[in-house]
Every structure is written in structure tokens, then in C-alpha cells.
Design a protein around this ligand. Sequence first.
Ligand code: HEC
Length: 176
Amino acid sequence: MSLSPATKAFVYTVIVAELFAVTYFGGTWLLTGSIIPHKEETKVLVAGADAAQEASGVAVAAAPAFDRASYTPDVGRGEKISAKCKACHSFDNGGPNRVGPNQWGVYGGKFGHASGFNYSSAIMEKHTAGAVWDEAALDGFLEAPRTYLPGNKMQFNGIKDPAERADLIAWLKTLK
Ligand code: HEC
């Protein structure tokens, strides 16, 4: 059987289109389980990567090493950074407990230092053990509250920049 050139061209076009469709949609389907791109799934994957990164403490881009010993903290900048905390904490002497405990005297104070605040058992176990909010504890907690002290109820992602944490802690030291 011989086909006219026009018929041959048509048949080839159909075959090429089929191959394209199978490659494209088949590939997409293999990757996502659907030929319609999943926005939700992409978000979850990204969030998962974030969490994994936070948990492992590995930074995506190599940040220049921070030399805490030779860094002179900026107390004024620390006070400004505390704006990130004020939705939940008061910082003045005798200030109220809000979502989180009043922060006056937290530096050098025990875990669970504020009276009348209903702390999580994660904080209270540390309190009973006599743990104190020193520089290292505050630095670790403020960098990644959830991984530093699992089970605590401070809903805050943390401050990733070590210089910001150093400034903030220097300001917290003045609250006494
Ligand atoms: C979304 C609310 C929220 C934000 C924002 C927040 N915190 Fe907290 N914080 C809490 C809660 C709630 C607790 C009590 C945790 C527990 O009992 O497990 C807490 C506990 C603490 C503690 C322990 C105090 C103690 O007496 O043991 C410190 C220190 C602290 N926060 C510092 C900060 C700083 C500094 C910031 C800002 C960089 C901040 N928090 C931002 C809610 C918050």
C-alpha cells in the first residue's frame, strides 16, 4: 500500500504529537502524580526542606564566619530588634506576662524566671534542674527555639543572624 505524500505528512505529525504528549505529560505525571502542577505539594516540599535545614543547622549559602569574641554588640540596635518579641513579651520592670513571660531580669535568671506565668514542662524541667539563661543559652534558644528546647511553647522561628542575637542579648543584659 502506498500513501500519498500528504497522508504521510499527516501520519508523521500525529506520531510526533503523540510522542511529545507522552514524554511531556508522562514525565510530569511520573514526577508529581498528576498532569496538573501541584502548587500545594511544591510548598510542602519547600517547607520540609526549610525544617530539615533548621534541624540540621546547615546554612544554604555559606555565611561569613561570625567572630563573637571580637564582636562589639550594639545595645541600641538590640533594643530595636526586640520589636520582634513585643507581640508576646513585655520587657519593663513589673510589666505584664502576655502570650509569653515578662522579660525583665531574664538574663542571668533561671529558666522560668517570671512569676505567675504558666510555663511549659520543657521550661519547668530546666528550672528544676537549676538551668540559667546565660549568654550561650539565650543565643541557642533565640537562634532556633524549637530545636534548642523541644516541647517549649514559644511560637517564634528564631533569629538567624548571630550579630543580631548578640545585639539583642546585650540589650537584655541591661534589663535589671
Ligand atoms: C509568638 C509569641 C512569642 C514571640 C514572638 C517571642 N516569644 Fe519568647 N516566649 C513565648 C512564650 C509563650 C514563652 C514561654 C515558653 C514556654 O513556657 O515553653 C516564651 C519564653 C521566652 C523566654 C524564656 C523566659 C523564661 O522566663 O524562662 C525567653 C528568654 C524569650 N521567650 C525571649 C524572647 C525573645 C528575646 C523574643 C524576640 C526575639 C521572643 N521571645 C519572641 C512567646 C513568644
